[in-house]
Design a protein around this ligand. Sequence first.
Ligand SMILES: Nc1ncnc2c1ncn2[C@@H]1O[C@H](COP(=O)(O)OP(=O)(O)OP(=O)(O)O)[C@@H](O)[C@H]1O
Ligand SMILES: [Mg+2]
Length: 321
Amino acid sequence: MEEAIGQIQDVLAQARREVAKVIIGQSEVVDHALIAIFSGRHALVEGVPGVAKTLLVRTLAYLLGCTFHRIQFTSDLTPTDIIGACIFNPKLNDFALVKGPIFTTFLLADEINRAPAKTQSALLQAMQEHQVSIDRETYPLSPNFTVFATQNPIESEGTYPLPEAQKDRFLLKISMGCPNEAEEISLAERTLTREAPEALIDNNVIRPILTAERLAALRDSLDVITIQPELVRYAVSIVRLTRNHSAIKVGAGPRATQSLLLSSRVHAAIQGRSAVAVEDIRRMTLPCLEHRVILKPEFVIKGLSCGEAVQHVLQSIPAPR
Ligand SMILES: Nc1ncnc2c1ncn2[C@@H]1O[C@H](COP(=O)(O)OP(=O)(O)OP(=O)(O)O)[C@@H](O)[C@H]1O
Ligand SMILES: [Mg+2]
């Protein structure tokens, strides 16, 4: 058991070290991406263009020995474009399965809010069920299947923002900000050298640390990280309070509790702990709950954000000792 915990902690530490060679700064973002992957769930990613969203997912896929695919969502993208179809092959005089880009391990769904609801829900259903149906046949997706869906926060014209019910399917929301000045200088300098972030992957300067099979096995062994019953109750009470908070119109559902506990468990392993601590739950509350609450309009007008409301919920519950 201790050996299993040690292995998980070592792999997470190594992954963070290797990613940091490519991605400058953004350490919390990297942790949250690892938390989504190791929890076997999916992440919403928010950030302005050019903050290395694509590079982050590509780097993680490379390091963890997984395949990577990016789909640019557009207003004319159809479910078939994602999932695939049985297409008539005149040479064979028969229908042949053409698998879509969803048959990968890490899928970057770029600007998911540009596609109409039908296409979005095809992806979201596959995320939930880990399988897709094509012509009445069911095909399993990769065991480590993880979606990173970006939403463009600046332009809203001609977009279909994800409904709250769909956002609930994402374990957490990753917010990527711009690098600070020192980081941006480092990036600027490296861009002109062989140490340019992409070059480290393209030239095999960094090497994969896992295989997909090993990643699946490590994910399966995460239950060696324990959690005390009072901490489970603490997580439940945080989520439940979002449903009775004066500023919140719609609070988080039971999936939020599951997400909070799953995320806290990987967070504990990242911190080198073998059991979940209060600190893990507190740190994961904002990324797990922020995208699941809807504020009352009068509080939106006052300028309150969902994140602030969630922080307020967290502060109003005494942490167990
Ligand atoms: N923190 C960072 N660390 C390393 N490289 C970075 C960082 N931020 C930006 N870059 C560089 O900026 C470029 C843009 O990155 P990338 O294409 O991944 O951005 P993006 O967020 O996916 O943008 P878009 O929203 O336009 O798709 C890359 O070439 C990468 O080298
Ligand atoms: Mg990109």
